[in-house]
Design a protein around this ligand. Sequence first.
Ligand code: HPA
Ligand code: ZN
Length: 338
Amino acid sequence: MPDLESFIRALPKAELHLHIEGSLEPEMVFDLARKHGVTLKYPTVEALRAAYDFHDLQSFLDIYYAGADVLREESDFYDMTAAYLTRAHADGVVHTEIFFDPQTHTERGIAMGVVIGGISRALKDAETRYGITSRLILCFLRHLSEESAMQALEQALAFRDQFVAVGLDSSEKGHPPSKFARVFARARAEGLLAVAHAGEEGPPAYIREALGQLKVVRIDHGVRCEEDAALVQRLATEQIPLTVCPLSNIRLKVFPRMADHNLGRLLQQGLCVTVNSDDPAYFGGYVLANYMAVAKALALSRAQLRQLARNSITASFLDAPAKQHWLARIDAFDEVES
Ligand code: HPA
Ligand code: ZN
């Protein structure tokens, strides 16, 4: 029997909750800062990494937005995305659905085409190089106004063929999904799918709102659903996927310790939970590290780990033949590997 890490790495997996700006490693932050003559608040890579000591979502977001300021040219977005895809491929990720935050960049005067162009070019090259497939999801920053989100959507529609869905991220508390109902309606009218962060720090009511008002097909995080038994039942019955990010949840103090994480319980109740890395450069690990952390802390069986991999494929935006292909690979893997 292969060791746990080899087993998880070899499982075909999709990553469905990854903020590309959150894959910007401190070394690249420094390289880009040097390239563009930007003075950083921290003198060294080590000092910057040491600042990644978060106590909640907002304390992380403040550093995350500051880090993204070094992204200025198309090649910066390309290099960041290419680096992520190389790491994801090494972890056995076969398909990835990537969030990007256009407002973080357009508000600094970076053109939408520079952002989407650099990311998309890296996605294409990685598919050629590694066979890894991908989709892009445009995320609105919920701490900004609905007008700002609508403007970002209108600008991005010039590149409509390069993204498949819209999402909602940033500071959750005090910014309910209902604030963006009209923007999401406009996006859906354009044929875009919808997802939203909900129930990370915010209450279960935000998950209900995201489903009811934004008509999302997946919930990002969603772990606070557990406080509402009827909602848990609904998520299980309707098989609405949750993109859970274990290391993120510990680093942002959503759960005190990994042993307290509810992923195992949600899985046992039949929810379509998936494992993802969120902002891997900030939270201490990519997809494989996230699977390893929950596998160990929650003593997940290999059958449960295969179920998580299956869920990631089922919950993805891949077409039916591609899903069939990967699910068959996971099933075949069952017989050979365990
Ligand atoms: N939550 C909300 N906004 C974010 C996150 C997150 O985990 N990561 C990047 N933006
Ligand atoms: Zn996230």
